[in-house]
Design a protein. Structure first.
Length: 157
């Protein structure tokens, strides 16, 4: 194969007949951005929510008994909502899923992906983040305290 300008030519030949079979084949090269688009990149918080899902599978019904609430997170980036996660610890063995809640929500948290990671990793305290407007809470704010048992292990990361 060889490159000429914006094409890479791929001549091929049949091993059995030793004849050219694809002498006009080529791949056209086009310019692309070296930076991934922000929309294409995943959120840092996705890792934490997926890990919470694994923990729910392990502890399921125990968590439902202790927490008995539905939480929704609205994750933002540059002031725009870019993701939602719902943690349902009211029904059966509990579940977490990407997207808006399919049932009534007890508490909704709205915060940036960066601030969520800071909270989970223990770099900022939840009360401080709330008072400084980095976290907005709708619904039963006191239920947020029950999340500590789910998120506490991530602070050691």
């Amino acid at each position: 194969m060889w490159k000429q300008r914006t094409k890479i030519y791929l001549p091929t030949k049949s091993k059995e007949a030793e004849q050219a079979t694809g002498s006009g084949s080529y791949v056209a090269l086009t310019a692309t951005s070296t930076k991934p688009s922000r929309a294409a990149t995943s959120l840092q918080s996705d890792f934490i929510f997926e890990d919470i899902g694994r923990r729910i599978k392990e502890m399921g019904s125990q968590l439902v008994k202790k927490v008995n609430a539905v939480f929704q997170w609205n994750i933002t980036r540059d002031g725009k909502m870019v993701g939602q996660w719902t943690l349902d610890l009211k029904t059966s063995s509990g579940e977490i899923y990407k997207g808006a809640s399919r049932c009534p929500v007890d508490t909704i948290f709205t915060l940036s992906d960066h601030d969520f990671m800071e909270l989970v990793l223990g770099k900022i305290k939840p009360q401080r983040a709330f008072f400084f407007g980095r976290v907005k809470v709708r619904g039963n704010i006191m239920l947020g305290k029950k999340l500590e048992m789910i998120l506490k292990d991530h602070a050691k990361l």
